[in-house]
Design a protein around this ligand. Structure first.
Ligand code: ZN
Length: 201
């Protein structure tokens, strides 16, 4: 069975760790990353491809859209061999929906697009570690591969608090890849909450 693949921090985090980079536009960040990826592609683990960076970048752009709507910036993408089947972001505030998490909406959107509930040919990209609800939905949808960027020590259910995607008692255990564009996803979230706190004072 698959284990969690942690993308090496020194490769994934590139040169964007400094908080001073926060002011850079998303596009600048992503194009810098793309240049770095090419240079370092030879040392990547087998299961991580260039397309993983591409799709995680798209997920981050979805997170940015959420941020622009004053939503917690979390984005999700689902692809299969034919390309994109879902691109969504957190909608909890705008929809007044406690379950409006990016990956849950993406799963529903993908199932609608493909006209089937079983997403056994899909990969899910999400900018933050899925919670227990979303991890449960990933199992129910039979998604075989999950790629997430930042860990969520407060609610993560893919290794942080629980490990639902690698629980032998369940009938489905996807491959999990963690760490691609982790710093970018994490910084976006931190900056969002910093701003929120500042506005409260
Ligand atoms: Zn969730």
């Amino acid at each position: 069975m698959f284990g969690v693949v942690n993308y090496p921090k020194n490769k994934a985090n590139l040169k964007l760790n400094s908080p001073t980079d926060e002011k850079s536009s998303a596009n600048q960040i992503f194009s810098e990353n793309n240049q770095q990826q090419t240079a370092q592609s030879q040392s990547k683990p087998e299961t991580i491809s260039e397309s993983d960076f591409h799709w995680m970048t798209q997920a981050l752009l979805q997170a940015q859209i959420a941020k622009n709507k004053n939503e917690v910036p979390i984005g999700a993408i689902i692809i299969n061999d034919n390309g994109l089947v879902a691109a969504t972001h957190n909608t909890r505030e705008t929809e007044c929906n406690p379950v409006g998490h990016a990956e849950l909406i993406a799963i529903q959107q993908a199932a609608k697009t493909l006209q089937r509930w079983r997403l056994s040919d899909c990969t899910l990209y999400v900018t933050l570690e899925p919670c227990s609800m979303c991890a449960g939905a990933i199992v129910l949808a039979r998604i075989p591969r999950v790629v997430f960027a930042a860990k969520d020590p407060k609610a993560g259910a893919v290794g942080s608090l629980y490990n639902i995607l690698q629980d032998d008692r369940l009938n489905h255990r996807p491959e999990v890849v963690q760490g691609i564009l982790e710093t970018e996803a994490s910084e976006m979230l931190k900056a969002f909450f910093r701003e929120k706190r500042k506005n409260k004072v």
